[in-house]
Ligand binder design. Sequence first.
Ligand code: SF4
Length: 346
Amino acid sequence: MSSPTRAAAVRSTTDPAPGPPLLEVRDLWVEYRTSYGLTNAVNGLSYSVNRGETLAILGESGSGKSVAARAVLGIIESPPGYVTGGEVLFDEVDLTRLPAKEMRRIRGERIAIVFQDALTALNPVFTVGFQIAEMFRVHRGMSHADATRKAIELLDRVRIPNAHNRVGDYPHQFSGGMRQRVMIAMAIALEPDLLIADEPTTALDVTVQAQIMALLAELRHDLGMGLVLITHDLGVVAEVADRAVVMYAGRGIEYAPIGELYKSPAHPYTRALMRSIPRADQKGGRLEAIDGAPPNLSAIPAGCEFHPRCPLAAPVCSEERPDPVEVAAGRRSACHFAEKVVSGEQ
Ligand code: SF4
C-alpha cells in the first residue's frame, strides 16, 4: 500500500457545489440468486457525492463495493443479480426506474467508469485511437478524421507521450499504467458529470499509482466532475479523497471526511483497518492483522456484521444491527459504541 502522507497534494480545495447531490444512493439492496443459494451482496447502502468532490468507497474484497457501483450504472448481470430495493438518484432522477435505452445514454454521456483491468476492458483487436474515436463517432456523429483528432487530443491530455504516433497502437503495446491512462481518456471523452473509478490502480506499482491518482484528481478538478473512487487501498484514498464511506458486508459502516477518518476512526472495523496498513508517519511497531475473515455474504451474522471479529463486542452486538448514527458533524458510524470509540474511551 502506498503512503498516505501526500494527502493534501491533489485533494479538492473548493467546497462542493451547492444544491442537491449529483449522485445520491439511498438504501440500495442487491442480491444474487444462484443454484448455490442466495448471496446478499449489497445490504442497504447509502451515500452521496457532489459535483467537484471525490468520494472514496473503501472496503476489503467481497464487501460489495464493486457490485454497488455496477448497480449505480445499471450493469448488474441479471440473472443472477437483482437490485431488490433502494434508489439511485442522479441529478434527482432515479436511475433504477429508467428504461434501458435512456440508461444507456446516461451511461455513455453523463456517467463513466474506469475498470481495474484495462487490458480486459479494452478491445485487443482495435487500436486505442479507434476505440477512443468511436466515442465521438457514435455519440457526436463526428467524421473519422475529426474523431481521430479528438482521440489524439485526449491521449495527450492524459499524458501519453508522443500521442500523435501512439494513436495507431494496440492495447498490448502499452504498459499497464499507460493502458489505464487510455481507459481514463475513453471515460472522460464525453466530459461526464460523474466518473466512477473501480480499483483503478490495483495492478500498478506505487509510483504509477500516484501518477494515475494525481491525473484523476486533476481531471476531476478541470471538468468539475464528481469522482467516486472505489478501493481497498487506504493509502491511495488519503491522497485524493474529500470524504470516505467504509463498507463492510454490503453496507456503509462509517462515513467521514478523509482526514478525520485517518485521525480518529469511529468504527472498530475502520480502526482495525488503520492499524493494519503501513504509515510513513509512524516508525517502528508491528502492523496488526484483523482477526477472523470477512463475512460470507450468504450467511451474514445477525446483529452487527462485524461482531465475530470485533474486540469490543458486547451481548447487544450479536442481537441488534446498529444503524449509522452521527458522532460528530459530517461523521456517522454504525456501532453501538461509536461515541466511545471516537472519543478514545474504548
Ligand atoms: Fe463492535 Fe459491537 Fe460496534 Fe459492532 S456494534 S463494531 S460488534 S462494538
